[in-house]
Design a protein around this ligand. Structure first.
Ligand code: HEC
Ligand code: HEC
Length: 208
């Protein structure tokens, strides 16, 4: 192979390689466009789910792999929330990847901090390996809990306890928590900073 061809071949491989990794990681610009409807709930600070009443989760800075997994669980029915099942049901895998890339890019939260305040003993014993003492997921497939709404964390833990969410890992851990543990741990993780952010509010024609 001539030197020139080799250089060209390498350049093509590099471009393809870059595209392949962008593709796998999701296209945040496309995700931003796709997420317009999501902001009606996830872009309003303190917006509440009705019956039962709890805060819509914060998604800014959440781990991308986890966001995709969560959306897939709504689509398959492993998570039972009716509105999110409808939302995820019409999304392709690529849509999920792109939206996840956008949401996760909105805040950069690094794992490995010591956390603020005194961690409840079960956080250290049971949760820390995956969710960190500081509430930051220790790998991309583990959700960050730092700064998440306290009442949403309680709701999620109770859904795992009741079997309304069927994730194998959390179905093993959540039943080890008493009602008091759920309240104490949710309070602790929700207060950790830096933490998750509400998505930026969408622009409306009528400003308010
Ligand atoms: C009508 C309000 C509403 C809309 C619109 C909505 N969501 Fe949600 N979303 C919720 C609620 C409430 C939950 C918590 C559900 C539960 O308890 O499992 C949730 C949960 C999620 C979760 C899981 C969060 C976590 O921490 O596990 C993701 C991811 C998500 N939504 C993404 C989206 C995306 C993407 C869209 C737009 C395509 C969207 N949502 C539109 C209300 C909404
Ligand atoms: C071995 C790893 C692991 C351990 C240990 C673990 N979790 Fe999880 N946790 C996960 C995974 C994976 C998920 C996502 C499950 C899903 O897709 O529904 C999750 C989800 C959660 C959620 C829902 C987050 C959201 O945004 O909806 C909460 C709350 C939670 N875990 C709290 C805890 C607590 C409290 C403990 C300790 C008692 C714990 N976890 C221990 C891996 C773990």
């Amino acid at each position: 192979m001539s030197c020139r061809r080799l250089v060209l071949t390498l350049a093509v491989v590099m471009v393809l390689g870059a595209n392949a990794s962008t593709f796998a990681a999701g296209n945040a610009a496309r995700g931003k466009q796709l997420s317009y409807t999501c902001l009606g709930c996830h872009g309003i600070e303190n917006y509440k789910n009705a019956y039962p009443n709890y805060s819509v989760p914060r998604l800014g800075g959440q781990n991308a792999t986890y966001i995709v997994a969560a959306l897939q669980e709504y689509r398959t029915g492993e998570r039972s929330h009716p509105t999110m099942r409808v939302q995820a049901g019409s999304m392709s895998d690529q849509d999920m990847q792109d939206i996840a890339a956008y949401f996760s890019s909105l805040a950069v939260i690094k794992p490995g901090g010591n956390g603020t305040g005194t961690a409840p003993p079960k956080v250290t014993a049971l949760c820390r390996a995956c969710h960190g003492k500081d509430g930051v997921g220790t790998a991309d497939q583990f959700p960050t809990l730092a700064g998440q709404h306290e009442d949403y964390l309680e709701q999620a833990l109770n859904e795992y306890k009741r079997g309304e969410r069927k994730n194998a890992l959390m179905s093993a851990f959540a039943p080890q928590l008493t009602a008091e543990d759920v309240i104490e741990i949710s309070e602790y993780y929700s207060q950790q900073t830096p933490g998750l952010a509400t998505l930026p509010r969408r622009l409306t024609i009528l400003s308010d």
